[in-house]
Every structure is written in C-alpha cells, then in structure tokens.
Design a protein around this ligand. Structure first.
Ligand code: 5GP
Length: 306
C-alpha cells in the first residue's frame, strides 16, 4: 500500500523545508571554515536544530581548515566513527572523543592553518632510551604544533587514569593485537619492557603521509629499527638525556612503575643509549620546549610567513 499523495501545497512546503535545512548546513560549514564556529558549538547547536543534527560528521571534519578528505577519514577511523554517521547519531562518548580530539590535536580553526607550514612532509621517527621524556616531548608537540600528525599506537597495555582510547592509544586485547599482526596492519610492533605489545597502525600513517602531513612516530628502539627496514628514507631522531643521572632521576621520579619495573627499565635504557649512532640526528632533552622546537624544525616545519 502506497503513502497518500502529497498535495501541491504540501510538496512545496517540504521542498522549502529541505532547501532551508541545506542552507543551514552550508552556513554552519562556512562558519567552521572561517573559524567563527567551533566543533563544540556546532555539536551544541545540533541538539536544538534538526537541520544541523543531520550534518554528516565527515562533512563537519572536512570543513575544518587544514583537514582534507584523507585526514578526515583518518580522524573518523581513530575515533571509531563510521563515515556515514550524522552528528545526531554520535553517542555521548563519541561526541566527547571528537571534542577532546580537536582540543588534543589543536585542530582549532583559529590556529590550524596559520601557525606552521611544512616544507618537507614525510615520516619522522622519534626514539630514545626509557624515561628520556619522549612522551613529554610528543605531548608538547601534540599540544603546540597542530600541523604535526602524531601517530596513535595500538597497545595491549591497559589505560592509565585519564588515558582515552583513540586519543592516547588504541587499547587492544592480546587477541585483537594478534589479529592486527596477522592482517599485516602494523608497520612495526614490539614488546616493550618485556611486558606489553605496542604497534603502529600502517593504514593511518600511510594515509596521513599521502595527505601531505608531517607524521611523527614516538616509538621504542626496536620499533624504530623495523621502520628503518620498511621506510629507509624516513628521518630518525634520537632523543637523549642531558646525563645518565638525570635520566635515573626522571625514571624514579615518575612513580608510575614498581621497583622491579624501574630496574627493568634502567637495564633497557643502558642498551638503548648505545644505539644513538644508528640515528640521523640527536636532540638533547634538556628542556621540553626547546627539544620539541628542535625536533619540529628537523621535521621541516617552519613558521608560516603568511
Ligand atoms: P607507555 O606505556 O609509557 O605509554 O610507553 C612505553 C613505551 O612504548 C615508550 O617507550 C614508547 O615509546 C613505546 N611505544 C609507544 N607506542 C609504540 C609503538 O607503536 N611501537 C613501539 N615499538 N613502541 C611504542
């Protein structure tokens, strides 16, 4: 049985309503592009306005300055959001992850395109001994250099307090990690500190490089050696401590590991320090900001003259 036919008047009203909804979505996308509307504000508007609520998340992302189709696809994949999803179909966790992600990656419309441009996009690997502060340097870069695409690794380690799936790591069960290895989805992977497995997701990294992004992997030495085999023309940067004493102090000061784990990490660190000559460049982590600036300039990122 068919639906009752619309009257001419009803058809005109429906067409007008659809046209108004499309215009509202187009206006919202323009505002995102111009930086006058943030992602957070758009998500809030969508709770009141059905036209905005029907905007596809892919279109939302692609409206952001500096985010192309490939980057948008990557972001969706990293956040576990289907490409066809509309704003109103996002779950609470996905909405939070999206906003956090925008903040973490500093994809702020106001800053994304104007601060830094890349003159030599490609792959850079940052490795170094345990507790040298790789994580702190990469967090600083994530928060201050919006044009660096920092890879999010998969790991079997459980999340620490405050860590979010898809933002800090993709947290996987051992079985899920096995499946990634079997499917050839990891560019490299390693057991770190004899405990958990960590690996780089090949497809997201390849897509970001294809998108012209400056990609940074912050991984352990074993992983760096694997990347050297797979991508010999990548840039390899060794992050070194100012001194051994300082490194011990940082390791013990972190306080997130047991005494046994600390001892294990120190043993690993001694071996890792000897690997410096395998790298193209060494950056001394005497000051996080200075080290991050040096790394970013080694990656070919320069202040945008515009
Ligand atoms: P944490 O558990 O403290 O976050 O990281 C422990 C170590 O794992 C760090 O030295 C970090 O560089 C390394 N790591 C993080 N992600 C990866 C990855 O994808 N591959 C490899 N090989 N190591 C990683």
């Amino acid at each position: 049985m068919g639906l009752p036919a619309l009257t001419q008047q009803e058809r005109v009203a429906a067409l007008n309503k659809a046209a108004a909804a499309r215009a509202a979505r187009a206006a919202a996308k323009e505002q995102l592009k111009a930086g006058t509307l943030s992602v957070n504000e758009l998500l809030t508007a969508a709770t009141q306005d059905d036209a905005i609520a029907r905007l596809r998340v892919t279109e939302l992302l692609e409206s952001l300055p500096g985010v192309g189709a490939v980057t948008a696809r990557n972001l969706l994949q990293q956040l576990g959001i289907a490409a066809s999803r509309r704003v109103k179909g996002l779950g609470t966790r996905q909405r939070e992850a999206l906003v956090d992600f925008m903040n973490e990656k500093q994809i702020h419309p106001h800053t994304a395109s104007k601060e830094y441009v890349s003159k030599n996009p490609g792959l850079t690997v940052l490795a170094g001994p345990t507790a040298v502060g790789k994580g702190t340097v990469s967090t600083y870069i994530r928060d201050n250099y919006p044009n660096v695409w920092l890879s999010v690794s998969a790991t079997t380690r459980p999340p620490r307090p405050g860590e979010q799936d898809g933002v800090h790591y993709f947290f996987k069960s051992p079985e899920e990690f096995d499946a990634l290895i079997e499917a050839g989805e990891l560019l490299e992977w390693a057991v770190v500190h004899g405990q958990n497995r960590y690996g780089t997701l090949r497809s997201t990294v390849e897509a970001a490089i294809a998108d012209g992004r400056s990609v940074l992997l912050e991984i352990d030495l074993q992983g760096a050696r694997q990347v050297k085999q797979a991508v010999p023309d990548a840039k390899f940067v060794f992050l070194a401590p100012p001194s051994w004493e300082e490194m011990v102090r940082r390791l013990v000061g972190r306080g997130t590991e047991t005494a046994d784990e600390q001892q294990q990490r120190l043993e690993t660190a001694k071996l890792e320090l000897a690997a410096e000559p395998e790298f193209d460049h060494t950056v001394i982590n005497d000051d996080v900001r200075r080290a991050a600036d040096e790394l970013v300039s080694l990656m070919g990122l320069i202040p945008n003259p515009r």
